[in-house]
Design a protein around this ligand. Sequence first.
Ligand SMILES: C[S@@+](CC[C@H](N)C(=O)[O-])C[C@H]1O[C@@H](n2cnc3c(N)ncnc32)[C@H](O)[C@@H]1O
Length: 284
Amino acid sequence: MPERARVSSAHISPSAHYTGYVWYRHQLADTAFVTRFGRFVHGLLSPITWGARMAFDLDIEQLLLQRHLQIDAQLTAAIEQGGVCQVVEIACGLSPRGRRFSLRYPQLRYIEADLPVMAARKRLLLNAEGWLGSQHQVRAVDILAEEGANCLAALFAELDQSKPVVVITEGLVNYFELALVESFWTRLAEQLRAFPQATYLTELYPDLREHPRYRQLRWGVGLIGRLTRGNYPLHYRNDPAIVQGFEKCGFSQVVVFDPSRTSQALGLAPSRSAGLVRVIEARV
Ligand SMILES: C[S@@+](CC[C@H](N)C(=O)[O-])C[C@H]1O[C@@H](n2cnc3c(N)ncnc32)[C@H](O)[C@@H]1O
């Protein structure tokens, strides 16, 4: 078994409860997605997030909403203008996106995937509400596994490779060191080349050292790292470096969005935390 397959990133999973609660708080999710742990952690962190907002104008929930809604916007365009009829959301956690898009587009095939324990939890949750079916399913995947039942190849083998596909990861890649992320992207690009058209949507927090809120952001991501018993490295110094990074991994058309520039179109208030997160749309 390759060394990487033995690395575990299960320590990241609890963070999905927190973001799940944030999506619920902002009317993006049904109560079924709320867990006691998510509500508890949100309450525990609220003095910190309030302090960051008041003292530094750093709005953590707005940052999360920016990435979530920009990914939603790009996915909507891919479905409505690009004819996409199958979506794979890796590291779905307790995100309601699969439910929201399956409701809105009943013909869409939506596969949510996560580490086995989180996938089992999500399957149970969606099943209990009667929301799963032949079009909306949950699978186990481990982006670090290079072979075996939970590897990317096993996940993509289920799809119709004669039709366009969108793959999403949200809230995942910044937990890993760049070499690991680029190895995942390279394996992902290999899988995507089998499709006539394939788009990957993700978000990144770049290492914007000249940003006026850089020190506060570093402090915030340090806190996320400590809470998830890992690390939260910032990757790439700017947008051109992001494009180069994706191209190196085998993606050919790469567009970098700064959601703070289109807050209004995304239905958000004008941005307080301008320009800290990027959403990337990459095609092979
Ligand atoms: C911060 S949560 C994000 C959840 C969801 N995408 C959201 O935005 O609400 C990170 C997710 O990554 C998943 N994850 C961690 N390591 C993973 C891996 N190696 N392969 C697939 N998913 C992983 C965790 O289980 C967790 O659900």
